[in-house]
Design a protein around this ligand. Structure first.
Ligand code: CA
Length: 480
């Protein structure tokens, strides 16, 4: 009897050790699922916020690694995606706006999925990964699916995606590019009616096929919400009581901030139910916009949940590297601003969650991470040699040790603004064409994380300012 118990104990112990060993020893190319969510800011529970319902992203975060100090390099879709997917910094000439294309700005550069393809991976995608559906098509083993391609490459068709009868006029074929409908919609329809629901359905089918592939795969899934307009099925709007939605606590520009830091969020003003002048958005409408943003995030969260569930069902979840990121942050009325397009923290700080077969569960590394670091990290994780053109650094070490620091500074730019961020400070210089400084702003993120007081003229920060100025100047020279 005693021998029997001992045998059973040894057997269980062996099985446990075998299981642990299997995970710990996993060391080689893993499948990669690369999930991009348009205009997602870290307004999620896993980033310490409480207003948005996002159980699936939060569950992924608790299984993976959450980067609370991750920064995009340029806060607009096209430029940011081109930068992430080439691993190159944006400059004054390259990746400057939403229309930026890899094939134009970095023609000879091997993109991240292309590099994986060249190294034995099958690479495919559904939805919006590159901004333009026809950009860098050499990246993929087969042309990715998007609802706006190849039938049309009119970008606005993708973003409009209105499904209620009162907005059917937006489907008119001769509507000029750039003409929009309202800034939100809550049609009482199933998920599958909106583009992101269609994307999910195709992503699940693609995963079923990829699971049978003999090659490892790199699979991109790109969601267009919570990009404007905030069109999402009504059931996601119903998760929130609009009256209870809190507005930004600082709906004013920072004290002493430069005029150049302000902008009139033309993107939002382009929607038919938003006033076209320079007046601030009224509280009632601000609350509706927040409601729409939250509903859109919850809609996408549900789609991500379906993808995770399918990965689990296919027994791919444990040994797949899952990367979830936004392409930049978003202002929800803070500083009286909306949308991206600024050098404020709300536009630059961006969600990044990474789960790998070997990463520690639920850790939150403190290191500053730059989005140009994603490309080299994925190479190192999968034993793929890094191409020589990369600007960033691998942050693989942070996936098992949250105290490792990768960068002293991260750098972002928008328009004439160049930003350097350390743990404590964010410093932005607005430069003219010749590189001369027109104005600048400095925020202390330890004392003033909301960036309400520009302290650039305070003498006590003179030494720190000189240090930041020197590091920024070096970066501007190095990256060119
Ligand atoms: Ca975007």
């Amino acid at each position: 009897m005693l021998l029997g118990v001992r045998f059973l104990f040894i057997l269980i112990l062996s099985l446990v050790l075998f299981a642990c060993n299997k995970i710990e020893k996993y060391n080689g190319p893993s499948n990669v699922v690369f999930i991009m969510v348009d205009d997602l800011r870290p307004e999620l529970n896993c980033f310490g916020k409480t207003q948005i319902v996002s159980p699936n992203i939060d569950a992924l975060a608790s299984d993976g690694v959450v980067f609370s100090n991750a920064y995009c390099n340029v806060p607009v879709c096209g430029a940011s995606r081109a930068s992430i997917l080439t691993g190159l910094y944006p400059t004054k000439r390259r990746f400057t706006n939403y229309g930026s294309r890899v094939v134009k700005d970095a023609a000879n550069i091997t993109t991240l999925p292309e590099h994986f393809k060249n190294n034995g991976y099958v690479t495919s995608a559904v939805g919006k990964i590159f901004h333009h559906p026809d950009d860098a098509l050499q990246s993929w083993s087969k042309i990715p699916y998007r609802p706006d391609y190849p039938n049309s490459i009119k970008q606005q068709e993708l973003w409009r995606d209105y499904q209620s009868s009162e907005n059917s006029w937006t489907k008119e074929k001769d509507l000029p590019l750039g003409a929009s409908g309202p800034a939100w919609e809550a049609a009482n329809v199933p998920d599958s009616i909106y583009y992101d629901g269609k994307t999910t359905k195709l992503a699940l089918e693609a995963l079923d096929k990829l699971s049978k592939s003999e090659q490892p795969f790199f699979f991109g899934v790109g969601f267009i919400r919570p990009h404007l307009p905030f069109n999402a099925p009504k059931k996601y709007w119903d998760l929130y009581k609009e009256d209870a939605i809190a507005l930004a606590k600082n709906p004013h520009m920072p004290l002493n901030s430069p005029r150049l830091a302000w902008f009139n969020y033309r993107e939002l003003r382009g929607y038919t139910n938003i006033n076209k002048d320079t007046l601030p958005i009224k509280d009632e409408q601000a609350r509706k916009l927040r409601h729409g943003y939250y509903a859109s995030v919850s809609f996408i969260d549900a789609q991500i949940g379906k993808i995770i569930k399918r990965l689990k069902r296919l027994n791919l979840y444990e040994n797949t590297t899952i990367v979830l990121l936004g392409d930049h942050g978003w202002s929800l009325g803070e500083h009286s601003l909306w949308c991206k397009h600024s050098c404020f923290n709300n536009a630059l700080r961006t969600p990044l969650i990474v789960k790998t077969p070997n990463s520690q569960k639920g850790i939150k590394p403190k290191s500053l991470i730059s989005f140009v670091d994603i490309y080299p990290t994925l190479c190192e994780l999968n034993s793929v040699e890094k191409p020589s053109h990369l600007d960033g650094k691998s942050f693989v070490k942070t996936l098992t040790d949250p105290n490792v620091e990768i960068n002293d500074y991260v750098f972002s730019r928008w328009g004439s603004g160049e930003t350097i961020k350390s743990h404590k400070f964010s410093y932005t210089q607005y430069l003219d064409r010749e590189g001369n400084m027109k104005s600048h702003m400095l925020y202390d993120h330890e004392l003033d994380p909301e960036e309400n007081i520009n302290i650039v003229d305070r003498s006590e920060h003179k030494k720190e300012l000189e240090k930041l100025d020197k590091a920024l100047k070096k970066h501007l020279i190095d990256r060119e």
